[in-house]
Design a binder for this molecule. Structure first.
Ligand code: THU
Length: 133
């Protein structure tokens, strides 16, 4: 990983301390990089009404869009344990709304993260262009 990727993963690991995950105990942090280089943090926010819970990646995405961003270049995701956490299917789809040429850095609590392209995590994605018929 290069320096920026290292810093992104470190930030995702730090912010996961703010996760609200009393039901699963599975705290996740995410840091998204927008097209202009700005970073947006997110954590998972669970809910007693379970389906209302939100993943860290979509929390970071909402923060970026709220700030006026419409393009993503990278996102780092960090969860518990040794194995890298990869985004759930719903988050893959939500991120793909803003393009699939996105570096996805997947990390556990420590150890070497894995880097994937969103296009590889969500092949043949349905996206905004798919609505044009
Ligand atoms: N979760 C995330 O926030 N991101 C992921 O990439 C995987 C799963 C959350 C959802 C739920 O709050 C908890 O982790 C367990 O699934």
């Amino acid at each position: 990983m290069d320096g920026t990727a290292d810093a992104l993963v470190a930030a995702a690991r730090r912010v996961r301390r703010n996760a609200y995950a009393p039901y699963s105990g599975f705290a996740v942090g995410a840091v998204l990089v927008a097209e202009d280089g700005r970073w947006y943090h997110g954590v998972n926010v669970e809910c007693a009404a379970f389906p209302a819970g939100l993943c860290a990646e979509r929390a970071a995405l909402a923060a970026a869009v709220t700030d006026g961003q419409r393009g993503i270049t990278a996102i780092a995701v960090a969860g518990p344990g040794a194995d890298p956490v990869t985004p759930c299917g719903v988050c893959r789809q939500a991120l793909a709304e803003f393009g699939t040429d996105v570096a996805v850095l997947c990390a556990g609590e420590e150890g070497e993260p894995v880097s994937r392209r969103l296009a590889a995590l969500l092949p043949e994605a349905f996206g905004p262009g798919s609505l044009q018929r």
